[in-house]
Design a protein around this ligand. Structure first.
Ligand SMILES: [Zn+2]
Ligand SMILES: [Zn+2]
Length: 363
């Protein structure tokens, strides 16, 4: 196992299955009794606690029980997020802000429910259970400038702040020996994203935040709340097994034809008119498919986020084998030749068309 630079002991990691705990009536809202007890213990000992929930806002979905609609952004096909402090709902993709709806905007029903836990709700519940503790939230809503974060970290290091709660901002660069407990509200926030890097992101985030516990001679403790404790990425976090994770991840990537064994390219069309965005992607596809002998080309489809900032979006994913096309020359030629033909022939050539080789996100 890799040793830690500061020679500190590896943290003791434990999963708490929230489904089982709920059946045993050992859940208090978003917290397991186990995690609450550990936090209380640290408060008594004047040791620091970090709580991770990798979602901003209070509730991440507003749902109508009568018509089953989720309140979505006017410009994007994503749910609006409720922010309790500003008392607004906001789109995290385009920034649109609206008043909190008093009733369902689709059917007018008053039976609207708030689902999904964000950092504001975690902070709110912590303040309820530990009313005398000094709790500070760290996310891009509360931290506008780097200087503010620096000041908070100094206070936390000195012991003026008992509990830091936040998004992945709390997983990095917080090496304080007084932190002996890390709690993760839900391991799943990055796990089911429709992106082939979801497992890797989950493994990295949980490993990173776990490493914040016990950077001293006192071994730290990590409590990860989850509904998927058997998931491979989580098991590797538990064992702190970096090599085990990457061995299997690489085997899976090879089998599925994903990087680093292939080069991938994402083609995107976007337009305010759905018809034009779709027409453009199909016209481009008709040129691109002439290269099907050499490349693995997906059929055109809606992007995962089908509408963003008022534009409809369509995607094609291309995989190019590094054995057959080591330098990526075939891939680039296919895209550029198709683009030239598209521009010459398509009646949708005024539609915005992008390509991204080795994209960081395919959503
Ligand atoms: Zn939006
Ligand atoms: Zn409704």
């Amino acid at each position: 196992l890799p040793e830690r630079i500061d020679d500190a002991k590896l943290p003791h990691i434990k999963f708490v299955n929230i489904n089982i705990e709920r059946k045993k009536k050992k859940m208090e809202n978003v917290f397991s009794r186990t995690l609450l007890d550990k936090i209380e213990d640290r408060l008594k000992k004047k040791e620091g606690t970090i709580i991770l929930q990798n979602r901003r806002g209070f509730s991440t979905q507003i749902y109508c029980e009568d018509c089953s609609e989720v309140e979505t952004c006017d410009n994007c096909s994503v749910p609006m997020v409720y922010h309790i402090n500003k008392n607004i709902i906001q789109c995290h993709y385009c920034g649109l802000v609206k008043d909190v709806p008093g009733a369902c905007t689709n059917c007018g029903s008053l039976a609207i429910k708030y689902f999904g836990t964000g950092t504001e709700r975690v902070e709110d519940e912590l303040a309820y259970y530990f009313s005398s503790a000094n709790i500070t939230r760290v996310d891009s809503d509360s931290i506008s400038r780097k200087a503010v974060l620096g000041k908070i970290l100094i206070e936390f290091g000195k012991g003026d702040i008992d509990i830091l709660v936040g998004t992945q901002m709390v997983s990095k660069g917080l090496d304080f020996s007084r932190v002996t407990l890390v709690g993760v509200i839900a391991a799943e926030t990055t796990l089911w994203l429709p992106d082939f890097r979801a497992d890797e992101r989950t493994f990295q985030l949980l490993t990173q935040v776990s490493g914040r516990a016990g950077r001293s001679q006192v071994p730290g403790e990590v409590i990860i709340q989850t509904q998927n404790e058997k998931h491979f990425a989580l098991q590797m976090v538990l064992k702190n097994d970096y090599y085990g994770f990457y061995n299997k991840e690489l085997a899976d990537r090879q089998k599925m034809g994903y990087p680093p064994f292939t080069r991938i390219a994402l083609i995107e069309t976007k337009d305010q008119s759905e018809k034009k965005a779709r027409g453009a992607i199909y016209d481009f596809y008709n040129e691109l498919k002439k290269f099907k002998k050499w490349l693995n080309i997906s059929s055109p489809a809606y992007a995962v986020i089908a509408r963003l900032k008022g534009n409809y979006r369509f995607h094609i994913l291309i995989k190019s084998s590094k054995d057959d096309d080591p330098g990526g020359a075939v891939l680039r030629k296919a895209i550029l030749d198709s683009f030239v033909e598209f521009n010459r022939k398509s009646r949708y050539k005024d539609v915005k068309l992008f390509y991204d080789i080795d994209p960081q996100s395919i959503m």
